[in-house]
Design a protein around this ligand. Structure first.
Ligand SMILES: [Zn+2]
Ligand SMILES: [Zn+2]
Length: 339
């Protein structure tokens, strides 16, 4: 079978690999959609943000993938050949406190699909049966691929803080993750303000339901004139920039919630004014616990989330080199391999 490999330094190989088989408790999935994610760029450059042991193009990337179950191993329950599934990206030990609470990516022994074990950028991939998220018939493969990482992360964090019709939420950074947050917040009924320097991203946010879409300068100007009063109930930084993180802390009212989702390792904050004396609750948002999936899928169906609107284009596996190059150059927003 064909499989994409990323040996590092911006190289992309389309390799021929033996077809995988399902071991005990595993299933084989025929890939129908597998999205490229910004985190894949760490593999593309050869400096993986997770799975460092397996760097160097040994592992097939792709942690946002969906397809058809074509074979099942022994002792598989709850998944059958012919099921349409997306992959839950984290595999844990199965019995520590994080695994039993459903946050498998917090397990000390966790392994990540597309980083530690082969992911979806291939004709076939293998998943443990417990990592199969069965797709309702209303959700397409493309929708299923983007339902997990981006929409799942945003849905979980917004449900954690009870976003609803009385909420005002400000989202900084309108890449696919930020615009997934706009889509989810709008569908939950919130007044969503979307902030990004790029006009095309702001237009997408308005199509996905944002009440307002502003450049960072426009947002700062309005805030200076007391727009949103004391501040928003929730701010989410998806930009991974210092400006976005600081903007999120400054955008909320006292006793509000701020989530950092965009990856970043260093930012200078003003804790006294931004956190301590506002009693701000600052949290990290990263994927979602396994138990959240049923609610997420039901919500996506009931509210007819326009999941495919997060996708900017589709390509075949044989176009992988150009697809990764264009994505790395930020010429594309959310490209999905299809087969
Ligand atoms: Zn991702
Ligand atoms: Zn564990």
């Amino acid at each position: 079978m064909k499989a994409v490999l990323l040996p590092g330094d911006g190289r992309v190989e389309l390799a021929e690999r033996p077809e995988p088989s399902a071991g005990p408790g595993e299933v084989v999935v025929r890939m129908r959609a597998s999205a490229i994610c910004r985190s894949d760029m760490s593999l593309y450059r050869g400096t993986p943000i997770v799975g460092g042991e397996t760097a160097g193009g040994k592992v097939v990337p792709g942690h946002e993938a969906a397809g058809d179950v074509v074979a099942i191993g022994e002792q598989v329950e709850g998944v059958a050949v012919g099921d349409r599934v997306a992959g839950y990206l984290a595999v844990g030990c199965g019995h520590c406190r994080h695994c039993t609470s459903g946050a498998w990516m917090l397990c000390a022994q966790w392994r990540c699909m597309g980083f530690d074990f082969d992911g979806g950028d291939a004709e076939l991939f293998v998943l443990p049966a417990g990592n199969c998220l069965v797709l309702p018939p209303e959700i397409s493969y493309l929708g299923g691929a983007v339902l997990t990482d981006m929409v799942g992360t945003q849905f979980h964090l917004q449900r954690e803080v009870g976003v609803g019709g009385a909420s005002t939420a400000v989202i900084f950074g309108l890449g696919p993750m930020g615009n997934a947050g706009v889509m989810v917040g709008s569908a939950l009924g919130a007044y969503v303000v979307a902030v990004d320097p790029l006009a095309a991203r702001r237009e997408r946010a308005l199509r996905l339901g944002a009440a307002a879409a502003l450049s960072p300068e426009e947002f700062a100007e309005r805030r200076a004139k007391n727009w949103l009063g004391e501040g928003a109930d929730l701010a989410v930084d998806c930009s991974g920039s210092a400006e976005g993180q600081i903007g999120a802390l400054d955008a909320v009212r006292p006793e509000a919630d701020v989530y950092f989702v965009g990856e970043r390792t260093e930012t200078t904050l003003d804790p006294s004014n931004q956190i301590i004396r506002k009693l701000t609750r600052v949290r990290g948002g990263w994927y979602f616990p396994r138990w959240r999936y049923d609610e997420l899928a039901a919500f996506a169906v009931a509210r007819r989330l326009p999941l495919e609107d997060l996708v900017s284009g589709t390509v075949g596996l044989e176009e992988a080199a150009e697809a990764f190059r264009a994505f790395d150059a930020r010429e594309t927003e959310k490209v999905v391999f299809v087969s």
